[in-house]
Design a protein around this ligand. Structure first.
Ligand code: SF4
Length: 224
């Protein structure tokens, strides 16, 4: 199946008309985006917020503090985010790399591709986590692909269901202007649709703004 990236802008426009501006500009520091990107893997965001609040309460919301924190206390601190043993290791590894790269200022000075490569080298940081950091932490024009993106646009019929992260990201890079605000807004619209309409089972196709264009839901048939 060919990738129909030329249809992506029109589909995103439909979502924008239906849902309005999402205005997802997080107030956190770039470092907090990194911490959130590690802790959010397989976790609900409200649990991640609890873990971040616990780090803040101990004054551990910095790379130096996390690297120097006793391992058992760090694990306990981030327990609300789940999988806290492995996440503590990943968080420490990410903080070590963060410090090696010169922290926020060092990464800010790096070219986007080089920063992406350096962060991808951290064990446990995958492309979605790294691109979260680059887009939301450093305002770089990097499209964040998630499970919602793959599900929605493969159901609509513009990309194959088994498309990999990089080809799907490239489709959005080819279809949209390389603009961080635009990518941020598009990602927020996709999350809004994926969370409330295009669910894994029993999607609400009948109310979906993409329904007229969707190969999966366009026939008006509800599938489970
Ligand atoms: S019409 Fe249904 S399957 Fe298609 S994008 Fe909307 S919710 Fe998903």
């Amino acid at each position: 199946m060919a990738i129909e990236h030329g249809e992506l802008p029109g589909l995103l426009d439909r979502l924008s008309e239906a849902f309005g501006p999402q205005d997802w500009w997080p107030a956190e520091t770039a470092f907090e985006v990194l911490v959130g990107a590690v802790l959010t893997q397989n976790a609900a965001w409200r649990n991640v917020e609890q873990a971040i609040a616990r780090l803040r309460a101990r004054d551990w919301l910095s790379a130096t503090a996390i690297v120097n924190a006793p391992a058992d206390a760090l694990r306990e601190c981030i327990r609300p985010s789940g999988y806290y043993n492995v996440k503590a290791q990943r968080l420490t590894a990410a903080c070590e790399t963060w410090l090696e790269l010169g922290g926020e200022a060092g990464l800010q000075a790096m070219e986007t591709g080089a920063a992406r490569e350096a962060l991808l080298a951290v064990k446990g940081l995958g492309p979605e986590s790294v691109d979260d950091v680059l887009l939301y932490g450093f305002n770089r024009p990097v499209f964040v692909v998630d499970a919602y993106t793959r599900r929605i646009f493969s159901r609509v019929g513009v990309v194959p269901p088994d498309i990999g992260y990089e080809p799907l990201q490239s489709a959005f890079h080819a279809a949209l202007p390389r603009d961080a605000r635009r990518f941020n807004e598009a990602h927020a619209l996709i999350v809004a649709l994926g969370k409330d309409y295009c669910r894994p089972r029993s999607p609400h196709c009948e109310w979906c703004p993409l329904q007229p264009a969707c190969a999966y839901g366009g026939a008006g048939v509800q599938r489970s």
